[in-house]
Design a protein around this ligand. Sequence first.
Ligand SMILES: C[S@@+](CC[C@H](N)C(=O)[O-])C[C@H]1O[C@@H](n2cnc3c(N)ncnc32)[C@H](O)[C@@H]1O
Length: 273
Amino acid sequence: MTEPPNSTSAIAAFYDATVGAFGVLFDGCVHTGYWARGAETFSRAQTDLTDLVLDAHDVPVDSRLLDLGSGQGGPAIHAARRFGAYVLGVTLSGEQAAAATAAAQETDVAKQVEFQVKDMRSTGLPDASFDGAYAMESVFHVPDKGAAFAEVFRVLKPGAALSIADYHHLHDMSPEDDGIATGMLAAAPLTPLDEWVSLLTGAGFESVEARDISADVVRSGAAMREAVVERREALTAVGGPEGYGMVGEAVAQYTRIYTEGQGFALFTARKPA
Ligand SMILES: C[S@@+](CC[C@H](N)C(=O)[O-])C[C@H]1O[C@@H](n2cnc3c(N)ncnc32)[C@H](O)[C@@H]1O
C-alpha cells in the first residue's frame, strides 16, 4: 500500500530535506513571526512569537519543559535561557534533531536542552514528568490532534500549562491548494478554531482559551519571501539552483496558502491540578 503524501515519514523527509535551507533562511526558528510587539525584522518577530507562546508558562529554574515538534531548536534554546529550565524537544526529523543538537552545543544552555526523534502522539516519556509543554506550528501536521493532546496531557504534571501557536481552518482550500498542502508541504487538513478547543477540552485540559492572532502574523508572508530573495546566494550554495527553486516554491506556496490564506491562533490550556 502506498503511504499518503502527508504521512509521518513524508513529514520527516520534508524536514530532513529542508534543514540546510531553513538553516540559512531562519535563525533556528522554523515558524512565522508575531509583529504586535514592535519587531522590525523577521527574526525579531519570530522570537516575539516564541515569547508569546512561552508567556503561558510560569515555571521555576530547573523545571522541565517539552517542545512538541521542535524543528531546528531555536524555540527550545530560547526557552531554556528564559526560564533556566531543561527543555526536551521532539521532532519527526532526524536531520532536525541533529542540527538542533549541534546548534545547542554552541550556546550557553548546551546542557539544558536535548532533542530526540519521537512522534508527539506516542512519546514513550513517563507520566506526569513535565512542568509545561508548548508547540509552535507543528500540530497542523498532525491529522489526529486528539491523540497528540491525550499524549501531552499524560506526560504533563497536574497544574502544568500547554501553549500552542498554530494555523486554524478559515476557508476550504481549492482542490489544487489542498494537493499542494498535502503533497508538497506534508500538512494535515486544518482544524477550525472551535474544534481545537473541543479537542483540547476532550483530552482533559481546563481553562482552554483560543485567541486568533492572524492579523499580527500576516506580515510574515512577505517577510519570508523577501528572505528567500535576499539570501539567494547562500541558499544556492546549500542546495544549488534546483534546491533554491524548490525552497522558493515551498515558501511561496506555504505563505500564500497558510500565512496569508488561513487563520493563526494562540491556544492556552492547563492540566487540572
Ligand atoms: C514548521 S516546523 C516548526 C518547528 C519548531 N516548532 C519551530 O517553531 O521552529 C514543524 C515541526 O513539527 C514537527 N512535527 C510534525 N508532526 C510531528 C509529530 N507527529 N511528532 C513530532 N513532531 C512533529 C516536524 O518534525 C517539525 O519539526
